[in-house]
Design a protein around this ligand. Structure first.
Ligand SMILES: N[C@@H](CCC[C@H](N)C(=O)O)C(=O)O
Length: 276
């Protein structure tokens, strides 16, 4: 089958986006891994599939797969690219788009200057929502791995995150601790691992080792998780700029029960066709 796709990115977190509204498309795990291979396929961090909604109040459904073929609940940078994709393809002309994801309903708002704001929903700090094996408590949780103890804040923003506050970011830290925590036995569904350096109450620097994709240039849900973790711990104000390797995201959260708002860019790189 000849597959048409669009290559996109949000701050360097890259995607292949496929229109499954105009035509039915199905991928198995091996096909996703092959397409995601940067040497033998197209290469991407995540594959995004745009589908018709299953609910009358929704405009679209969208499914997200990591490069390792695992299906996930949520993707922040992907959501913004999704919005640009459905507008560019004229699948909608709405400025507010309601979307079904595996995590539930999300809402995308098209801003001026090519920016998109995503209502990411409310976060949860309850370990069972990740899931993370621990009794619920306030404050930081200790996780032991390979003889080291890491202090984390577990956060679900639909998908699972472990946020570590660090004094400085380095390749060595991300590449050694990231994979160990990603597949730590206390995270039953694995976890995205965020390394956050607090610069001041309104700015953080962040690197994320993503579940199923490795370190990416940027992680939207990771930025949301880090900021809400920082706000909960009393380190950050309610509006924060997250500096990621690929650029900046604006994150806003007004506290328990309220949704996280994430604003950032979305870019198209090219369109192509490939035999599946
Ligand atoms: N890059 C994404 C997150 C994609 C999913 C993640 N790797 C997971 O497994 O949960 C983002 O921008 O949020």
């Amino acid at each position: 089958m000849l597959l048409k796709f669009t290559k996109m990115h949000g701050l360097g977190n890259d995607f292949v986006v496929v229109d499954a509204v105009s035509r039915k498309v199905f991928f198995n795990k091996q096909q996703i891994q092959r397409l995601g291979d940067r040497n033998r396929g197209i290469g991407f961090d995540q594959l995004l599939i745009v589908e018709p909604p299953t609910h009358p109040d929704m405009d679209f459904r969208y499914r997200i797969f990591n490069a390792d073929g695992s299906e996930v609940e949520h993707c922040g940078n992907g959501a913004r690219c999704f919005a640009k994709f459905v507008l560019d393809r004229e699948l909608t002309n709405k400025r507010i788009i309601n979307v079904e994801t595996k995590r539930g309903h999300i809402q995308l708002r098209i801003e001026d200057a090519g920016l998109v704001t995503v209502d990411m929903g409310a976060p949860s700090f309850d370990p069972k929502d990740l899931p993370f094996t621990a009794e619920k408590q306030s404050g930081l949780y200790m996780v032991e791995a390979k003889g080291e103890v890491h202090q984390i804040t577990p956060v679900s923003v639909g998908n699972p995150h472990a946020v570590l506050r660090v004094d400085a970011l380095s390749d060595e830290l991300v590449s050694s601790v990231g994979p160990v925590l990603e597949s730590h036995e206390r995270f039953e569904n694995r976890v995205n691992v965020g390394f956050m350096q607090v610069i001041n109450t309104e700015e953080i620097a962040l690197r994320v080792y993503e579940r199923g994709a490795g370190e990416t240039q940027a992680c939207g849900t990771g930025a949301c998780a880090a900021v809400v973790a920082g706000i909960k711990q009393g380190w950050l104000a309610s509006r924060v700029t997250a500096h990621l390797r690929g650029g900046d995201l604006r994150i806003e959260w007004q506290g328990e029960g309220s949704p996280i708002l994430m604003t950032g860019p979305a870019e198209k790189v090219f369109e192509g066709q490939i035999y599946l």
